[in-house]
Design a protein around this ligand. Structure first.
Ligand code: G3P
Ligand code: MG
Length: 237
């Protein structure tokens, strides 16, 4: 029997191996050979930046709230190993068609962010099968759905699976992104019965990689795409 496809999605690039959400991290993920790359997008000074937190302290040499700085100031910071906080345009230029991209919206300045994002992807001639837009925030995803129901939407959930799943079903989401702790076979079967893929976050340990695979998930977000690549290679051997 043919083994089902299992997508390896590099979380914030390959954040276990390089500073998260930097060009270095995305290059690392591509070098390992991922199917998809996940990153987080925020709207600052009318520009789309790839950054996870709402404060600078954890991942850069700056401090305080991201929104309190100009784009120019933010671009001077060190985001790890001398890397800058990248613009979305730089990231999608780097990734191109080497992997699909999962753009996670972080829930600020939503309406203008959504419009800018969709225009940028269109200008760069990204085809709809090359990207997923995901969020924990239903309101953002609803805007995308209203703008263009053909865009692939991923609904992220850390709790309340029924509410998140019903919403995903309502907007014909492409994929459901439960946390590993929420994962069970019934959830996967329910998603598959409505045509949704299940991408689990964030899975780094071998036993969890294996369990996600055995339960029938379609892929995982991982900080260590090298481990998943090796696991899949062993499976084939
Ligand atoms: O998209 C899966 C995962 O990235 C969601 O959580 O906090 O890592 O952006 P977070
Ligand atoms: Mg994310």
């Amino acid at each position: 029997m043919k083994t089902p496809k299992f997508d390896v999605i590099g979380h914030r690039g390959a954040m276990g191996l390089a500073p998260e959400n930097t060009l270095l991290s995305f290059k690392k993920a591509l070098e390992i050979g991922v199917d998809g790359v996940e990153f987080d997008v925020q709207n600052i000074d009318d520009e789309l930046l790839v950054f996870h937190d709402d404060t600078l302290d954890r991942t850069t040499n700056g401090c305080g709230r991201l929104l309190d700085y100009s784009l120019n100031d933010l671009r001077q910071l060190d985001a790890g190993q001398g890397e800058k906080i990248p613009l979305l345009a730089e990231v999608i230029e780097l990734i191109g068609d080497k992997a699909f991209i999962n753009i996670e919206l972080k829930g600020i300045n939503t309406a203008s962010l959504v419009m800018k994002l969709v225009k940028l992807l269109d200008k760069r001639r990204f085809k709809k099968e090359q990207f997923i837009i995901s969020s924990y925030h239903f309101s953002e995803l609803y805007l995308i759905y209203e703008f263009d129901p053909e865009i692939r939407i991923g609904v992220i959930a850390d709790d309340q699976p029924i509410i998140a799943f019903d919403f995903a079903d309502e907007i014909n989401a492409y994929s459901f992104h439960p946390s590993y702790s929420m994962l069970n076979q019934a959830l996967i079967e329910q998603a598959h019965s409505t045509g949704m893929k299940v991408y689990v976050h964030t899975v780094n340990e071998l036993d969890k990689i294996q369990n996600s695979r055995e339960l029938g998930a379609d892929g995982i977000f991982t900080d260590y795409p090298d481990r998943v690549r090796d696991f899949l290679a062993n499976e084939r051997a």
